[in-house]
Design a protein around this ligand. Structure first.
Ligand code: SF4
Length: 345
């Protein structure tokens, strides 16, 4: 089907699916009843352009906290529900605009009908969130490939919703194995037009999680699959949001974003490239400066290789040359380099 052909779904004040751009989602890592901390975390992630934030709903205290949280945030809140259908209903009534439920642990038909009835009444979308660790029990332990079990679990569940005339469905099919994740989304996309939230589950921390997620998400996104994305990383959700932006930007799906070009350094390098490049990128990300900046280790190759940047620095022996369009502007000390470059941005 591809992204442009997926069904459009409204989630609060946003629309996903169809020709809408791929939106970034993350998840709070604080207990939801810690209302002020959750509000701050959601607003921090919103600053970095998260379009949806999910919170865990473990108990009624969490579900009731949603009422106060949604008054203080600008983006739709997604409630993550396991086991207890009453928590889903309470979350919806308190202002969640989408709920994520898991077919592995919410299976009672009458309970699902209660959730569907409430979601219809409050115009709330439902994500059918399949994970490799929580398949429909009938697919556990068979000889089929994992991706097929993920898809078949989703299809069985979707049928229940469709039979009850509920169609505001988003689907996720996350394995911790990136190849199975890629196959599951690709196959599902070929047979359904429900919008997809894409991600690799339990992908890990730092570059371990980033590489595992990106190895599955990049080919999916390049093939037009994925309406919302999450890069799950152990730790601060802001890092997830920034990583998603960088990935979407590199794939041409998020045009307005800073670009840093930075050489790997070699024996010619006599300056400290990495901390300066990182400081410049952080500054551009925090101040929404959508320029391309090159930070290169030496003038021998740096000025030429960085000529496509809007502005750049190339190192010498303890100094940098500030350059633009391949032409030298001035020589600056290592200490001055950041401030001088910022003036030209
Ligand atoms: S730009 Fe200079 S320092 Fe950097 S990798 Fe190339 S030759 Fe080495």
């Amino acid at each position: 089907m591809g992204r442009v052909n997926t069904k459009k779904i409204n989630i609060g004040n946003i629309t996903i699916g169809g020709e809408n751009k791929v939106l970034i989602q993350s998840m709070c890592n604080i207990k939801t009843s810690n209302i002020n901390d959750v509000i701050k975390q959601i607003n921090d992630c919103t600053f970095y352009d998260a379009s949806l934030m999910r919170v865990s709903v473990l108990d009624f205290e969490d579900a009731k906290a949603i009422k106060e949280i949604v008054k203080n945030i600008k983006i739709p809140l997604v409630a993550d529900i396991h086991f207890n259908y009453k928590l889903a209903i309470e979350a919806i009534k308190n202002g969640a605009k989408k709920i994520r439920i898991n077919p592995g642990n919410l299976t009672n038909l009458d309970e699902l009908k209660e959730i569907i009835k409430c979601a219809k009444e409050y115009k709330v979308a439902i994500r059918i969130g399949i994970n490799s660790g929580s398949l429909n029990k009938k697919y556990v332990g068979n000889d089929e490939p994992e991706y097929l079990n993920l898809v078949n679990s989703a299809l069985d569940y979707i049928k229940i919703f469709e039979e009850n005339e509920f169609f505001d469905i988003v689907v996720s099919l996350k394995s911790s194995n990136p190849i199975e994740t890629f196959k599951a989304y690709t196959y599902f996309d070929s047979i359904s037009n429900y919008p997809l939230h894409i991600g690799v589950t339990e992908s890990g921390f730092d570059e371990v999680g980033i590489i595992r997620s990106v190895s599955a998400l990049s080919p999916l996104l390049l093939n037009g699959i994925g309406d919302t994305i999450r890069i799950s990383l152990s730790g601060d959700p802001i890092k997830e949001v920034i990583t998603c932006k960088r990935l979407l930007h590199d794939l041409g799906l998020y045009p307005n974003y800073p670009t840093i070009i930075c050489c790997p350094t070699c024996g010619r390098c006599q300056v400290d490239v990495k901390p300066l490049a990182k400081k410049i990128l952080d500054y551009m990300e925090q101040n929404n400066i959508y320029k391309t900046v090159a930070v290169m280790g030496c003038v021998v190759n740096g000025i030429g290789e960085g000529k496509n940047a809007d502005i750049g620095l190339a190192g010498g022996n303890g100094f940098f040359i500030l350059f633009k369009n391949g032409q030298e502007i001035k020589k600056v000390s290592q200490e001055e380099a950041f401030d001088e470059l910022i003036k030209y941005l």
